[in-house]
Design a protein around this ligand. Sequence first.
Ligand SMILES: Cc1cc2nc3c(=O)[nH]c(=O)nc-3n(C[C@H](O)[C@H](O)[C@H](O)COP(=O)(O)O)c2cc1C
Length: 417
Amino acid sequence: MISQAAFRDAMARLAAAVHIVTTDGEAGRAGFTASAVSSVTDDPPTLLVCMHRGSRYNDVFKINGVLCVNVLGPEQADLSAAFGRKNRDLDSCFAAAEWRRAATGAPALAFAAVVFDCRIASIAEVGTHSVFFCEIVGVATRGDPAGVVYFDRSYHQLRTTSGETPTGDAQTALASVLEALGGADLPPRLYDWLQAAAPIDELFIFQRPLGLSTPPQPLMSLGRSPRLNERARAYCEDFYQLDPINELLPRDQPGATARIVPTQIAHRAYREICYERPNFREKISLWRRRSDGFVVVSMFRKADAKPFSSRELDAIRDCGRILFPIIDKHQSLTLKHGARPRPGETVLQNIETKLAALPVSLPPRQLAVCSRTLIGMTAKGIARDLGVKTSSVVTHRRRAYERLGISTGSELARLLL
Ligand SMILES: Cc1cc2nc3c(=O)[nH]c(=O)nc-3n(C[C@H](O)[C@H](O)[C@H](O)COP(=O)(O)O)c2cc1C
């Protein structure tokens, strides 16, 4: 027999997909990171999950009898670390990503590579682990085939060439830009190349964290205007002041008469929004979703310029495919995540007013908890802010959701649209 340590070291060389296995039901919500997931048979469609018997949540899974296996996409490796930590705060782990409720009631991760919604059909106790044999009742697959594997105790991204990687000329452009990465000449080269694809006046790239209370942080600005960086900072500040929910899930806004161009797409890991406002520059934003927020590329054209043609829109879409990998790489080299979330005064008031205007009225405490949830504060943070216990925040939130007939924060956000 080999030792446990030798077994683990050897298993580290067995590349595995990374999953967040989640449950919800009468025993409550729980989730953990698992690599021990495998297909068993396709009739009936069955997979197995191995969960340590010593885990605090082992019984929660057994009592609920349902689970979702959320197979992580390449930009979700940080969730794996959060859900894999001993003594993790489950509320903050769940708050770090967007979830839907699957048919079984278990939390399904938005933008997962694939989600298997399952009922636990039988359980075998083998040594230190419970082996859950799970009958698959539903599957949701993300548009672009991309994933992450855990190998030699670190994460490795997997992407096929069909999704985000450009072809032909764009491929050459990407190669030359990547070659310049980290070099001082990256921004001008990128700008020249963009100009050739579709003339724009300015481009700001910024990071928009999921917590709506944290202002976006500029990552890069390109253009010929004087004091461009100041303008980028001011733009982020304006953006922050704008109604964040409408900005996150845009639609026509009274007064702003935003025109969402039909090319608006919410597919793959990013979406494109193109809209005009009177007295504004025409603006196109490409959004790339990550587990902790969005990276947004906003491109502007002067108010008196022609609207973007469909050919230019195509070129801009190509730019997105090229820009996001560049940003990912550039960020990992030089840029850091910024500020910690703080309660957002104006944004919070704005959301409270909207919540108060819903047809179902919420008592003040529930309203305070829901509005803070919407700006991305964790249960602990809300408890501190309101001077109450975390458990009472959770209860208020549950009661509010029951009253509103919803079960997740994203559904709450949608009610405000
Ligand atoms: C990459 C990775 C893979 C893991 N795979 C498994 C697994 O297959 N089964 C399991 O029980 N725990 C696995 N864990 C550990 C759990 O995610 C988690 O650390 C453990 O459940 C902590 O104990 P607790 O649930 O009592 O808090 C993994 C952790 C990581 C980071």
